[in-house]
Ligand binder design. Structure first.
Ligand code: 4NP
Length: 167
């Protein structure tokens, strides 16, 4: 019998208090809605250690809660061992992407690094090549990030499901 394989996805931003914990939670909710919680596990981390142990930014938690998304993650810094634990590391912007490249323990490990914008669709693919940092923005910055993550995570999940069917 085919051994069911769990796919582990790590979302990465700078502080791990705005974009990546939101991406993790949006994805976890989509995964649960499709009955795939046993097959796809998500986590998030930041390239910067300064917010380690903190809950997500209250502005992001508030914006997410209005969409029924409850972010409970505590921030942590990404580490090179994450390349052993995770099948995919999804960076929110070019700076996070470059830092992951520098952290990757082997050349093969770099194959696991992706950008969130790879999964943008109709609404965002044309105009955006990153998920913008909302930290110094107003509430509309957080809404934009959540809109992008809802579209991107749904497409990422579609790709993971399609890849699993091909196996
Ligand atoms: P994030 O946002 O990378 O989406 O979590 C930020 C959080 C904190 C800071 C910058 C961006 N900061 O400068 O502390």
């Amino acid at each position: 019998m085919k051994e069911p394989k769990t796919t582990h996805v790590l979302f990465v931003c700078l502080g791990n208090i705005c974009r990546s914990p939101a991406a993790q939670t949006v994805m976890e909710q989509l995964v649960a809605d499709r009955g795939l919680a046993h097959a796809i596990l998500c986590d998030s981390a930041g390239t910067y250690s300064g917010h380690t142990g903190e809950k997500a930014d209250p502005r992001m938690r508030y914006a997410a809660s209005r969409r029924g998304i409850d972010i409970t993650h505590r921030a942590r810094q990404v580490r090179s061992q994450d390349f052993d634990r995770f099948d995919m590391l999804v960076a929110m912007d070019d700076s996070n992407y470059d830092k992951l490249f520098r952290l990757a323990p082997t050349a093969e490990a770099t194959d696991k690094i992706h950008r969130m914008c790879e999964f943008f669709g109709e609404r965002f693919a044309r105009d955006w090549d990153h998920v913008p940092d909302p930290y110094y923005e107003g509430s509309e910055g957080f809404e934009l990030v959540l809109d992008m993550l809802e579209e991107g995570c749904a497409n990422l999940l579609n790709e993971l499901e399609a890849a699993d069917k091909d196996k």
